[in-house]
Structure formats: structure tokens, C-alpha cells
Design a binder for this molecule. Structure first.
Ligand code: NAI
Length: 385
């Protein structure tokens, strides 16, 4: 089977997220890294691309050059990943969709709800895939949670409790460091800092595993470091389309926490608990029975979990492999679209532009509710009301 050609914008040398994408896309032999504009400094981007094995004429200096160059080729890339800073996602993603490329955009997909709606429309009108990298939804046991909930193992879902806490911006002495300060500056970061950066992963996961959308919310947002204009901690109560009650905590001042994304779901017949730092175990507590620990890779899991595991049980699989699962889904979606056939349902789980838009609406709702002392507000984008 011929590999699909894949390109990348952003993710240059020393970037945080670039290597995880290259590992993820390359892992299963489904994509070939063929073109890129990796850096905001054209020459550095060209050089690094070639160092990673790109042909000189496809290691571009900037994304517009790449769009023109790839559009003109017979063997153009079929998927492009946008892993640049947030404020550039909208312009780049829209331009590539309109030129007929499938896109995987980093989160947050856009800076405003209106831009998010434009991306959803651009994907629909051009009949292109626009995925958003809620990469943690690719973990095998997160997929299994979703499958257990969908097949009714927990009964009706009552409560979901999600969190994403870290302590990397807790040092008040470091608050003025330019690498930290911009994140809490509305002119650069938009209406929200910590919720837009991390909270949306937890909120997306709540929707992903329950299969329900967030409808309304009430937020308590605070800047624990007083010089910050935007929040470094938020507690959000929310309600979901199927009646599930939601609780979410996100923080960047939680000293000692590293990448504390976790989720608990409680239904009428049992509870589930999973955490990103220990992704190979899922805690399952059926009502009135003993705690069971489900291991990634064990026998008799769901097809969704089986499809997204590679290494035998007992060996840790981590974050780049979760990203690889998003790429595996996308390869199946692109091939199904090219061949005019139905997509394998166990693969049809990658986060969509609609999810990116719903997150943006939630970000705006959190900022609005936080400013109004926790007043309950509609969390849905106007397009989906
Ligand atoms: P970073 O600052 O570490 O790296 C950004 C890279 O993009 C750099 O190589 C820079 O030179 C390049 N770049 C900037 N402007 C560009 C342009 N106009 N054209 C081409 N390249 C350009 O940023 P980081 O942390 O890697 O974040 C990038 C994006 O990924 C952000 O949107 C962030 O929210 C998201 N992210 C997502 C994560 C996830 O779990 N899904 C985790 C971490 C980041």
C-alpha cells in the first residue's frame, strides 16, 4: 500500500509539539513526511526540514510558499498538520482547506467562535477533513472508556469529573519571563489562558467519552498570581446534552503536578477512572463489586481499544502513540474518501473541526461566566444552538 504524503507547518527544531507529530505520523508506515514549513525563520525552517530528510524543493521557508508549491504538484501532500502558535491556526487552516488539502490543526483551532464557524464551513464546502489535535483522545484506554459507556456498562451516566492541572507557571518570580508572560496577556492569548490551553483538553475528553455535548456552564476563574490579567486557575461546572453533570478543574499553579489530565465517569451501574500520566491502566468499579484494573493490551477489550494498541501488555505506551492513533484514523478516513467507501467505524473517532469550534465557544463562555461571578451561560456555538 502506497504511503500518503504528509506535510507540516510549525513544529521546528526545539518546538514542544513537533516531534510528537513526526513520531505519531511515521509510526505505522501510513504517512511519508514529504513537505514542510517548519519555522517562523525561513532559513532555519528550510535547513531543519532537509536535516529531517525532506527534498530541498519541498522544505519551504513559509507556509504561503508551501501552499503554492504543493498546490502545483501532481504528487501533492494529502494531509497537512498545523502546529504553529495559536493565533496563526485560522489563517493557515482555512487557506489549506480552500486549496483542497485535508488538515489536522493543533488546538485551540481558532482564537474566536466566528473563526471556528468559518473553519467548519470551509471544511464542509470543500469536502475536506479538518481534524483537531485532541491527541489524548487517541489513547487506547480512553477509546475503551468511550466504548464501555456507549454499550451501557455504566448505565445512565450521572457525573463526569475532569481535570488538567500542572504547576509549571507557579513561580511568581518567573511571572515576568517573556516566555510565560504572553500566555496571560489578552492581546496575545485572547480571552483565556489556562482554560484555553489545558482546560479544553479535559472538556473535550468529557464529551468524547460520554458522547454528549457541553450545553451550559458556570465558571470561577482566578489569577492566583495577581499581576496576571488572565486566569491561571479555573473551576467549571457544566451540563451536558444527555443530562450528565460535569465538573472540571484546571490550573497552572498546582506545584508538583506535571501533566495532570484525568477523567472520572460515574453512572448508575459503575464508575471509571483514567489518568494521562498512567495511561495504561483504567480503573473500573462496578456497583457493589470489587475494583478491577483494566490493562491496555489485555484480551477481550473493545475493537476501538484493540485497534489502537501496538506493544504487548505490560510495556508502557505513551503520548506519541496516542497521537499515532489520530494519524491512523486520518489515514483510514483519507483512504475511504479517496476510494469512495465507508470508513471503518472503530476508526471514525478523530476529533473534528466541530469539536474545535465547540471548545472555542466553551472558552468564551468560561471567560464570560468568570467575569460575571459564575453566572450560568450558554456554552454552545451559535451554529449549533
Ligand atoms: P513552540 O513555540 O514550542 O513551537 C512553535 C513552532 O512553530 C516553532 O518551531 C516556530 O518556529 C514555528 N512557527 C511559528 N510561527 C510559524 C509560522 N508562521 N510558520 C511556520 N512555522 C512557524 O510551540 P508548541 O508548544 O509546539 O505549540 C504549537 C501549537 O501546538 C500550539 O497551538 C499549542 O497550543 C499546541 N500544542 C498542543 C498540544 C497537544 O497536546 N495537542 C501540546 C502542546 C502544544
Amino acid at each position: 500500500m502506497k504511503k500518503l504524503q504528509w506535510g507540516m507547518i510549525g513544529g521546528g527544531e526545539g518546538s514542544q509539539i513537533g516531534p510528537a507529530h513526526r513520531l505519531g505520523a511515521g509510526l505505522d508506515g501510513l504517512f511519508e513526511f514529504s513537505a514542510a514549513a517548519l519555522d517562523h525563520r525561513p532559513e532555519a525552517g528550510r535547513q531543519y526540514g532537509q536535516q529531517l530528510g525532506l527534498a530541498a524543493d519541498r522544505s519551504y521557508g513559509d507556509w504561503r510558499e508551501m501552499l503554492a508549491g504543493e498546490s502545483a504538484r501532481e504528487d501533492r501532500i494529502q494531509l497537512v498538520t498545523v502546529a504553529t502558535p495559536n493565533s496563526t491556526h485560522f489563517e493557515i487552516t482555512k487557506a489549506f482547506l480552500e486549496a483542497g488539502f485535508h488538515v489536522l490543526c493543533e488546538k485551540p483551532m481558532t482564537m474566536t467562535v466566528d473563526e471556528g464557524e468559518q473553519i467548519v464551513r470551509a471544511a464542509e464546502q470543500n469536502q475536506r477533513i479538518c481534524a483537531v489535535n485532541y491527541g489524548y483522545s487517541g489513547y487506547s484506554l480512553v477509546r475503551h472508556m468511550r466504548a464501555m459507556i456507549a454499550r451501557g456498562d455504566l448505565g445512565r451516566i450521572r457525573l463526569v469529573n475532569a481535570e488538567f492541572a500542572h504547576g509549571h507557571h507557579a513561580d511568581a518570580a518567573d511571572a515576568d519571563n517573556p516566555r510565560v508572560r504572553w500566555r496571560y496577556d489578552p492581546a496575545q492569548a485572547g480571552v483565556s489562558a489556562q482554560f484555553a490551553d489545558c482546560g479544553i483538553h479535559a472538556l473535550h475528553m468529557a464529551s468524547f467519552v460520554t458522547g454528549e455535548e457541553v450545553t451550559r456552564l458556570s465558571a470561577d476563574t482566578v489569577s492566583c498570581i495577581a499581576s496576571r490579567e488572565l486566569e491561571d486557575d479555573a473551576m467549571v461546572n457544566f451540563r451536558m446534552s444527555g443530562g450528565t453533570v460535569g465538573r472540571l478543574w484546571t490550573s497552572s499553579i498546582a506545584i508538583g503536578r506535571q501533566h495532570g489530565l484525568g477523567i472520572q465517569v460515574f453512572g448508575e451501574k459503575g464508575g471509571l477512572r483514567w489518568s494521562q500520566e498512567h495511561p495504561n491502566q483504567l480503573y473500573w468499579m462496578p456497583l457493589n463489586e470489587r475494583l478491577q484494573i483494566i490493562e491496555r493490551g489485555e484480551a477481550n477489550l473493545s475493537p476501538e481499544a484493540d485497534r489502537t494498541t501496538r506493544v504487548t501488555i505490560g510495556h508502557a505506551e505513551g503520548m506519541p502513540l496516542a497521537f499515532a492513533n489520530i494519524y491512523k484514523d486520518l489515514a483510514e478516513a483519507i483512504r475511504a474518501s479517496n476510494e469512495g467507501r465507508a470508513i471503518d467505524p472503530a476508526a471514525d473517532l478523530y476529533p473534528r473541526a466541530a469539536d474545535g469550534l465547540r471548545s472555542m465557544a466553551a472558552v468564551v463562555a468560561v471567560a464570560e461566566s468568570g467575569a460575571a461571578e459564575g453566572q450560568w451561560v450558554d456554552a454552545r456555538p451559535p451554529m449549533f444552538r
